[in-house]
Design a protein around this ligand. Structure first.
Ligand code: ATP
Length: 576
């Protein structure tokens, strides 16, 4: 498909917020896309050059884009700057300033090869080189193409299309129905690379997708846990089960292929660089292919005490990783294994996977296994839980003995129980920022006084409002929020946002914050879980973290979580 044709479809996509219409438009795009182009097209629509675990960024700042437009269309930078101040969208400015008529029939492969080339430029003189390449690219494409390339480069494409919508559209385009989405999703969960999955679908058809397998160096979307508030409920749900200690560090999925080791975060970013000691230790394991799942924590070498998450996360923010690994070394607590040489363990029952873990790993200071018991006795679970809390850990995760590794799914194969559930809504809730209210009175100087926040509705692939958060942030954080939210502000309510409450400024649903609240209540003001005009809302919310960099918008708590928490909250208050 010509890139210009794709851009015209993107224009149509921008104009609708109806999911079915989006699916129809995209499935038309995908029907016309060649197999050589589908990988790039899907990534482009996902508004990324490649999935995050490839660690490839364009590295182009706004200033560089301004210059590239000026060079491409032979205009003074000052003029571009002035326009930018007025219009606020360099894409639109590129479109207006461009006088190119594209007779070359550019396709997405050409655009992508140029963008990849730009991303790979590094070192001395790279800024000028990147500007030159970008200006050459936009000088040779049509105005509308320039507009979308510039928006893409700046991370401001804002099509608002979720993964679920893309998968349904792919299914419709290739099979005529949306039902094959479930199979596509299974493959996506096994490799976290939707562009690649689409390519397999185009090259090998439905059979290729159905035969899709995990492979080392492609991260598996992590399995997640449901929550319950008592050992009784856990046993009612799963019967005899494994009870694992729950540690509060950061999720680390470790891959090994021959001598190469890579580590991926919960969010599927490549975090290999932050974990040199774990990488070295895993390199020593005598095997060709390996994928294990675990939680990494810093600990005190003298006392063997584990440090809380706040200390562990410092690693990600600091540059002196090598030094830190001396001072505050990391230990990986492994709790699952998905691949061992040629043995794909993902569909094996949990108990078998754990047996293999026990066979392969003895506890060392850098890699250790989580402590685990198997029981069907309520009292034994409670005792293990209390001991775990005494050790300063967060709680337990119960695991169904016969369950597969549920890639990318949150279900009752894993059930977490934290101490906090025993009191009334003490757990933190992760919310997505949907917009902000301008600061008034004392906060006028911060620019921002509160944010509108929401939860994810995975069924509808939308974000629904649940509360307004105006406390818990420091003065400095308010100012910082104002700055970073302005970078993603949009003129109208984004297509995937559902809210009755109108903030002063809407933003792209991107950033997640953790809040604590006193209670979940029913309310007609918010759209989360809304039925017959009544939704759910948080009472007295306060932020307990600034932006959580380990989660993307879709990883926030869901409407389903809120409904469950609401139920548990009632149970607790009755018990008390
Ligand atoms: P979630 O990851 O479920 O979206 P969250 O980030 O708030 O929510 P938690 O409520 O702490 O996380 O619970 C799940 C997380 O617990 C897992 O993602 C994993 O990082 C961590 N974890 C710690 N110990 C274990 C364990 N033994 N088994 C599974 N997960 C564990």
């Amino acid at each position: 498909m010509r890139f210009e044709e794709l851009c015209n479809y993107l224009l149509k996509l921008e104009k609708t917020s109806k999911r079915l219409e989006m699916i129809d438009i995209l499935s038309e795009v995908f029907s016309k896309t060649k197999k050589e182009e589908i990988n790039y097209t899907v990534n482009f629509i996902q508004e990324q050059l490649l999935p995050p675990f490839y660690n490839i960024q364009l590295g182009i700042a706004d200033k560089m884009v301004e210059k590239a437009i000026a060079i491409a269309y032979n205009k003074p930078v000052s003029r571009i700057l002035e326009e930018y101040k007025k219009v606020g969208d360099l894409g639109e400015i590129a479109e207006k300033e461009s006088n190119t008529s594209n007779n070359q029939k550019t396709d997405i492969t050409e655009v992508y090869s140029k963008l990849l080339k730009i991303a790979k430029i590094s070192g001395e003189g790279s800024i000028d080189e990147k500007i030159k390449e970008l200006s050459e690219l936009i000088a040779n494409i049509s105005p509308i193409e320039s507009k979308f390339v510039i928006r893409f480069v700046m991370g401001k494409l804002r099509l608002g299309v979720g993964e679920a919508t893309i998968m349904e559209a792919l299914s419709k385009a290739r099979t005529g129905s949306r039902e094959f989405k479930a199979n596509i999703e299974r493959a996506f969960n096994l490799c976290s690379d939707l562009g690649y999955v689409a390519e397999v679908l185009y090259l090998k058809g439905e059979a290729g997708i159905n035969k899709f397998e995990i492979s080392a160096m492609k991260p598996i979307r992590p399995a997640l846990a449901e929550r319950l508030g008592s050992s009784k409920e856990i046993l009612e749900k799963m019967g005899k089960c494994a009870i694992d200690q729950k540690l509060d560090g950061f999720r680390a999925q470790v891959h090994k292929k021959a001598k190469e080791v890579r580590v991926f975060s919960r969010n599927l970013e490549d975090i290999t660089h932050f974990m040199p000691e774990i990488v070295e230790e895993v390199k020593k394991i005598d095997c060709q292919d390996l994928i294990i799942d675990g939680e990494a924590l810093t600990y005190d070498e003298n006392t063997n005490v584990l440090y809380p998450f706040q200390i562990t996360i410092q690693r990600k923010r600091k540059h002196n990783v090598e030094e830190l690994s001396q001072e505050l070394p990391l230990r990986l607590f492994v709790f699952d294994i998905m691949l061992y040489n040629r043995e794909n363990m993902i569909n094996e029952p949990y108990i078998k996977r754990r047996e293999l873990l026990d066979k392969l790993f003895s506890n060392t200071k850098t890699i250790s296994k989580t402590k685990m018991i198997i029981t069907d006795d309520e009292k034994e679970i409670d005792k293990f839980f209390d001991l775990t809390i005494e050790e300063g850990l967060e709680g337990i995760v119960a695991k169904r003995l016969d369950s597969p590794y549920s890639a990318g799914a949150r279900n009752f194969n894993w059930i977490k129980m934290k101490r906090s559930y025993k009191s009334k809504l003490n757990d933190t809730i992760d919310l997505v920022i949907l917009g902000y209210f301008k600061g008034r009175g004392q906060r006028a100087g911060f620019g921002l006084g509160a944010v509108l926040a929401g939860v994810y509705d995975s069924k509808e692939d939308k974000f629904k409002s649940i509360t307004k958060v105006g406390s818990g942030f420091s003065e400095e954080q308010f100012k910082q929020l104002f700055k970073i939210l302005n970078e993603i502000k949009v003129d109208n309510k984004p297509a995937r946002v559902d809210s009755i409450m109108q903030p002063d400024v809407w933003v792209v649903p991107k950033y997640v914050i953790a809040v604590k609240a006193d209670e979940i209540t029913r309310s007609p003001t918010h759209t989360a879980g809304m039925k017959d005009g009544i939704g759910y809302a948080l009472r007295f919310p306060r932020a307990v973290t600034f932006i959580r960099t380990d989660k993307k918008a879709e990883d926030a708590n869901t409407v389903k979580d809120i409904v469950e928490m609401y139920g548990q909250q009632k149970n607790i208050s009755i018990k008390n």
